[in-house]
Design a protein around this ligand. Structure first.
Ligand code: KIV
Ligand code: ZN
Length: 527
């Protein structure tokens, strides 16, 4: 037996439960459509996630459909659906999950005094009774049942032990301890998990899980404390998405365990080289960008600016790096592609960037690459990623032939003296429509008025960002916007890239409008 094997025998495997598609989707502005959810779910399987929380089926018909389709089509990970301890929720969750290869029902009920008194108006006895009935009902459908005492970290410890014991006795196979409001500190978390292990007599019959929110920036630290105290499952989300300040970030907690296996004596099944591509995909579909200095997946996470650091890294990488950029999926390419680069070089680069591009998409990607290379001297990896993303996941009017609206062309005249004038041409199912505007305080405002005139929907712009995809004054600009429509609480994201940011703005608007058109309920409300 090698020294390694001896060491590995002592390493516990921690179950990674990803909630990007459920708690993560509750991040303001992060809603995803069915196709996007399916592509994220498949990426999570490829990443090695053990359990995918696909949604909250009773919450809306869209949530139900997403959980059902993921359960039906995505194989290789356990698929989980959330339900309150209410019969209708549990029945609906099972209806959505029943075709999954490996289904799990996750039931939850708040247990803290503050939730009992003000939200539920229930006594401790009623809470235990309701939790047991919920777990038993879920168990009637599925052997794999998780129970969460919501706000567990602010629940009296004696009562929490009673609830956990009762839920395990009723058949729960995983007990999740949520820090619902992100209030706990690492030493308190250690103490709470240790108390459960010491005081709940049947604790060994379930896996203890942790679900930390990041309101005080301690979600990853608290999750690691729980693991040190014996927890066997971490609930987390890509890019730390989730309610309010978000959940424990998957990439951070996974790399903390891997990099410091020496202290945690634990690891996961995650294929760390897929962390950056998965983070990028989630950024793309949610429109929520990670900060440049975000640990593990931020653009600057492995960039060394100071001369002293650069000198050290060149002499020996480990002087200033505790992990390699490649180990989390960043690719170092010294060669920049340009208009003389061929198909094979492009295909090779796409592969090394972590994409598995179907052969039938390569032609379209290559054609777009050539168009771009004619417009700008150097085509950087970020440009290639933008092109591939567009071909793989695009729903914007440019590429989706089935979309209601397609972008054709535009013309804007503006200067610093007066109102701009603008003409936009779109096609509605092939029929050209023209919008003209002579008002506004700048070209974006004028474009918005012209498009609004064509589509006739009461749209409002609630967020608008433009960012360079790569470096240089000829870089492509990426526009991400959020539209809302009057009297409807839904957000509709639009996203597009072009070397011309005004064109990217119109394409992103068309993308968002096509999403509104696909949401029949939103269209009905807008009329
Ligand atoms: O934060 C929370 O308490 C939750 C539960 C539903 C697990 O998201
Ligand atoms: Zn949560």
């Amino acid at each position: 037996m090698s020294a390694n094997t001896t060491e590995d025998n002592a390493i516990r495997n921690i179950v990674i439960f990803d909630t990007t598609l459920r708690d993560g989707e509750q991040s303001p502005g992060a809603s995803m459509n069915l196709q996007e959810k399916l592509s994220v779910a498949q990426a999570l399987v490829d990443l090695g996630v053990d359990v995918i929380e696909a949604g909250f089926p009773i919450a809306s018909p869209g949530d139900f459909e997403a959980v059902r389709e993921i359960a039906r089509l995505v194989k290789g990970s356990c698929v989980c659906g959330l339900a309150r301890c209410v019969s209708a929720d549990i029945d609906r969750a099972w209806e959505a999950l029943k075709e999954a290869e490996d289904p799990r029902i996750h039931v939850f009920l708040a247990t803290s005094a503050i939730h009992r008194e003000f939200k539920l108006r229930m006594s401790q006895e009623e809470i235990i009774k309701r939790a047991v009935i919920g777990v038993e009902r879920a168990k009637g459908y599925c052997s794999n049942v998780e129970f969460s005492p919501e706000d567990a970290c602010r629940t009296e410890i004696d009562f929490l032990c009673q609830v956990v014991e009762a839920a395990i006795a009723a058949g729960a196979t995983t007990i999740n301890i949520p820090d619902t409001v992100g209030y706990t500190t690492p030493p308190e978390m250690t103490e709470r998990i240790q108390s459960l292990f010491n005081r709940v007599p049947n604790i060994d019959e379930a896996v203890i899980s942790i679900h930390c929110h990041n309101d005080l920036g301690m979600a990853v630290a608290n999750s690691l404390s729980a693991v040190s105290a014996g927890a066997g499952q971490i609930e987390c989300a890509i890019n730390g998405l989730g309610e309010r300040a978000g959940n424990c970030s998957l990439e951070e907690v996974v790399m903390a365990l891997r990099t410091r296996r020496d202290i945690f004596q634990a690891d996961t099944r995650i294929v760390s080289q897929k962390l950056v591509p998965t983070s990028r995909l989630v950024t793309k579909v949610t429109g929520l960008k990670v900060p440049r200095n975000k640990a593990i997946v931020g653009q600057n996470a492995f960039a060394h600016e100071s001369g002293v650091h650069q000198d050290g890294v060149l002499k020996e990488r480990t002087t200033y790096e505790i992990m390699s950029a490649e180990s989390v999926g960043f690719v170092k390419n010294d060669l920049v592609l340009g208009k003389h680069s061929g198909r094979a070089a492009l295909a090779d680069r796409i592969k090394s960037l972590g994409f598995d591009l179907p052969a039938d998409k390569l032609d379209a990607v290559f054609a777009e690459f050539k168009r771009l290379a004619d417009l700008k001297k150097d085509v950087f990896d970020a440009d290639i990623i933008a092109i591939v993303d567009r071909q793989l996941h695009s729903t914007d009017g440019q590429e989706d032939a089935n979309a209601d609206w397609q972008y054709i062309s535009y013309e804007v005249n503006c200067n610093s003296q007066g109102a701009p004038s603008c003409t936009v041409r779109l096609a509605q199912h092939g029929l050209e429509r023209v919008g003209v505007s002579n008002e506004g305080d700048g070209p974006i405002h004028a474009i918005f008025s012209a498009v609004k005139q064509i589509v006739g929907l009461p749209i409002c712009l609630s967020d608008f960002k433009v960012e360079a995809v790569s470096v240089g004054d000829d870089a492509q600009g990426e526009v991400v916007m959020i539209l809302t429509i009057a009297d409807c609480s839904c957000n509709f994201k639009g996203q597009a890239t072009s070397t011309d940011v005004l064109e990217a703005t119109i394409m992103a608007l068309v993308d968002a409008i096509n999403r509104i058109q696909r949401d029949k309920a939103a269209v009905a409300q807008a009329k």
